[in-house]
Design a protein around this ligand. Structure first.
Ligand code: B12
Ligand code: SF4
Length: 290
């Protein structure tokens, strides 16, 4: 146990040195986690097309190539917004990409190595996990829910990415809590009032996914926006930031913006004309991929 305690300390210290946060929970809560989603599905409260789309996350199977899963490691990493700049009719137009949309694969690879460097030398294994992470983050005590159903941490607000790993690292049971809403939300309804589509209900906590701007703008090319979605409500290149930008718990992070690609007037024109990526000049292609 001595060595395990040392590893837990090293885990927290290494994360904190990077500005990250993490928790380790006992694997016996895996069925509880599944049940946290199943119970809403059984009451028909989850939007069925979305449920089916993300079934692998909600009805997740814990498969790893080591003998036994003993714990779940959940990590939160701060993430900025990215500003992409376009030029149109001699004007500069900034379009934002919300936190967590970019570089997902690189961050998973980076964190796999980061955590392996801590746990592998002691003989423990790790595997990236696909499961409902907001629920796990709140159950583990790492985060709290905002009314907008997004998770919040004190220093990062909602501008973070969650990552989960299965491990055979043994942990004593203890970190499993009731789902918790941020204290700040008790006296606040800014996100409810700001959301133009009414996706954040007042009669229940669970969001109305079918009203999300994000749900609709993440649909593949060719799927039209519903008629009720007013085009003036769009506020990002993809996703939505209405409720996160207005939120007082994001005061410290809401202006954290990193500069992304800058598209010239000519490039913007090509994109608006629907030119496919394969038929774009090499320089423009590079910007798109970045
Ligand atoms: C499916 C999904 C989507 C779907 C559906 C969203 C949804 N609400 O389910 C779509 C495509 C629409 C989407 C949109 C977005 N997503 Co998304 N999405 C996911 C995914 C894959 C699963 C989420 C999930 O578990 N949904 C199931 C629902 C039922 O769970 P829930 O929303 O947590 O609901 C819980 C609460 O309502 C709670 N509850 C019920 N009653 C009560 C009562 C009280 C008092 C309390 C406290 C709690 C409570 O119980 C429910 C179940 O536990 C995760 C990645 C992952 N692996 O987890 C990313 C993830 C949640 N998404 C993320 C992000 C950033 C977004 C967007 C903000 C992107 C954007 N800027 O536009 C939006 C906004 C989403 C929102 N407001 O919820 C991040 C969240 C980071 C964060 N800080 O929370 C994640 C974790 C991805 C990541 N790796 O970082 N997403
Ligand atoms: S805007 Fe207010 S109610 Fe909504 S999540 Fe933030 S603090 Fe909570």
């Amino acid at each position: 146990m001595m060595n395990e305690n040392k590893l837990i300390k090293s885990f927290h210290k290494s994360l904190e040195a990077k500005g990250y946060q993490g928790r380790i929970v006992h694997a016996r809560h895996i069925p509880d986690l599944r049940n946290d989603i199943r119970k809403y599905h059984e009451q028909n409260l989850l939007y069925l097309p979305l449920y089916n789309e993300y079934k692998a996350y909600f009805e997740f199977e814990a498969k790893v190539d080591f003998a036994q899963i003993n714990s779940l490691l959940i990590i939160a990493i701060p993430q900025p917004q990215i500003e992409a700049i376009f030029h149109w009719n001699k004007k500069r137009v900034s379009l934002f990409i919300p936190p967590t949309y970019l570089h997902g694969r690189e961050i998973i690879d980076y964190m796999t190595k980061f955590l392996s460097d801590i746990f592998k030398p002691a003989g423990y294994n790790l595997a990236y996990a696909i499961l409902p992470q907001k629920t796990l983050a709140v159950r583990s005590g790492l985060a709290e829910y905002g009314r907008n159903n997004i998770t919040y941490l004190p220093e990062m607000g909602s501008f973070h990415r969650l990552l989960t790993f299965y491990s055979d690292f043994p942990i004593e049971d203890g970190n499993w809590q009731e789902l918790r809403m941020m204290g700040l939300c008790k006296e606040c309804s800014a996100c409810i009032r700001k959301c133009p589509t009414g996706a954040i209900p007042t009669d229940r906590f669970l969001l109305r996914v079918e009203r999300y701007i994000t749900y609709h703008n993440e649909q593949p090319e060719g799927v039209p926006f519903p008629e009720w979605l007013d085009s003036s409500w769009h506020n990002c290149l993809v996703g939505c930031l209405h409720c996160q930008k207005i939120c007082p718990a994001n005061k410290k992070v809401k202006d954290w913006i990193e500069l992304g690609p800058i598209f010239t007037e000519e490039e913007t024109k090509l994109l608006l004309n629907g030119r496919t990526i394969d038929n774009l000049p090499t320089e423009t292609k590079k910007k798109i991929f970045s």
